[in-house]
Ligand binder design. Structure first.
Ligand code: MG
Length: 401
């Protein structure tokens, strides 16, 4: 089955108080309102023909310039519209060859229409031989009044919200039904389902899960802007960046010093020597985190000549490394570290060390890997003169939930 779409661009925009010019040419989210609508129809892959129904020759030239910016893989016709909406639809319909059996009608002032919505409509209407409309449920409480009760109070009539649907476009029709409906139509209507209903035809609706508002006033522009920017951001959001960093540190051991590893004090005759608490494990991890973001090492942020940081907990160093990478848009995914030490046995303290590091780094303990190994008695580590630690860290640009 071949599909053609009438893209209605000729609306007068008289409600855009305060803003001048053609509302379809306003730039929102990097392109014009018209180009957003056009692009969705072109890129959907559904259409044999697009008929752009314009207002006058001046507008036609501007719309043609917009068309030139969209990769054109669908034949496009330009047709001048009429005074009323239905006159424009009739003019557009006359330009569609008989081989196109399904006619879609879209108001170009709805630029947030998504390609997946067009594809869902194509699937639904392939199984349906009547009038079809895209719609959403009404969530406001609605009253009707015989006249506007803004200066004089009037008795209102509360409508049952459960039965109310707000019509959007596109609306889709078998060609024969649309022709018959418009031929019979006398009075002005605001959509094409109304024309079919006047023939007594039932209509099928699809609830649009995505917002598809119509640009009718300047107040709609911020909403449309955020909707259209979200759409163009989709690729970026679904493919976050990842980085990996490596860290290494060494501290000497001396009798009578505190031994602090991963922020946990471990009973030992020997402790590590350093300007801070000499937590070799935390230092290696901090460098891995900073390195993953291509930042300077911890010596840059905590020079060992600074008396203010003498004896500080290295968890503060770790928290500073986290704050530095967070400030430029990174979050820690996981860390993995190995402590290389001849003694004491670290195994009983591993769970506490993981908890301490996880809390400081704002990740789950499951994302903290800590292992300890001896150096098999070899070299300065084997002789118990010092400890070394190695670490890797992964960062992501994705926003954590
Ligand atoms: Mg160090």
């Amino acid at each position: 089955m071949q599909h053609a779409a009438l893209l209605l661009a000729g609306g007068s925009g008289t409600r855009m108080g305060g803003l001048t010019g053609d509302k379809l040419l306003y730039e929102v989210g990097g392109r014009s309102v018209f180009a957003h609508s056009l692009r969705a129809f072109v890129e959907s892959g559904i259409f044999r023909l697009l008929v752009i129904v314009y207002r006058d020759h001046r507008q036609k030239a501007l719309l043609q310039a917009e068309l030139a910016k969209v990769p054109d893989t669908v034949p496009v016709s330009f047709v001048v519209g009429g005074e009323r909406r239905q006159d424009s639809v009739r003019a557009g319909l006359a330009a569609v060859p008989p081989s196109c059996e399904r006619i879609w009608i879209h108001d170009c002032a709805r630029p947030a229409l998504r390609i997946e919505t067009l594809q869902a409509i194509a699937r639904t209407t392939s199984q349906h031989d009547g009038a079809f409309g895209l719609a959403h449920r009404v969530t406001d409480t609605i009253r009707s009044f015989p006249s506007a009760p803004v200066t004089q109070p009037a008795r209102g009539n509360l409508l049952d919200r459960e039965r109310l649907w707000a019509m959007e476009t596109p609306q889709v029709f078998p060609r024969e039904l649309l022709q018959r409906a418009h031929k019979a139509l006398g009075e002005a209507v605001t959509d094409d389902l109304a024309a079919a209903e006047m023939l007594g035809e039932p209509v099928l609706l699809m609830e649009n899960p995505f917002p598809n508002p119509k640009l009718t006033s300047p107040a709609d522009l911020p909403l449309l802007s955020s909707l259209l920017q979200t759409e163009t951001m989709n690729d970026f959001i679904s493919f976050p960046a990842f980085r990996t960093g490596i860290g290494y540190d060494v501290h000497r051991l001396e009798a009578g010093r505190r031994l602090v590893l991963g922020g946990v004090e471990i009973p030992s005759e020997y402790g590590l020597v350093g300007h801070s608490d000499a937590d070799v494990l935390s230092h290696a991890i901090a460098d891995a985190i900073l390195g993953a973001a291509s930042l300077a090492d911890i010596g840059h942020y905590f020079p060992d000549t600074d008396p203010a940081i003498e004896g500080i907990s290295s968890l503060r160093i770790l928290a500073k490394a986290l704050a530095e990478v967070q400030a430029i848009g990174w979050a820690v995914v996981n860390i993995d570290a190995t402590l290389i030490a001849e003694r004491p046995r670290i195994a009983p303290w591993l769970a506490s060390i993981r908890e301490s590091l996880a809390e400081t780094l704002e990740i789950e303990p499951e994302a903290v890997g800590i292992k300890a190994t001896t150096n098999e008695g070899l070299g300065w580590i084997g002789r118990g003169e010092g400890m070394a630690a190695q670490a890797v860290a992964s960062l992501t640009s994705a926003v954590k939930d």
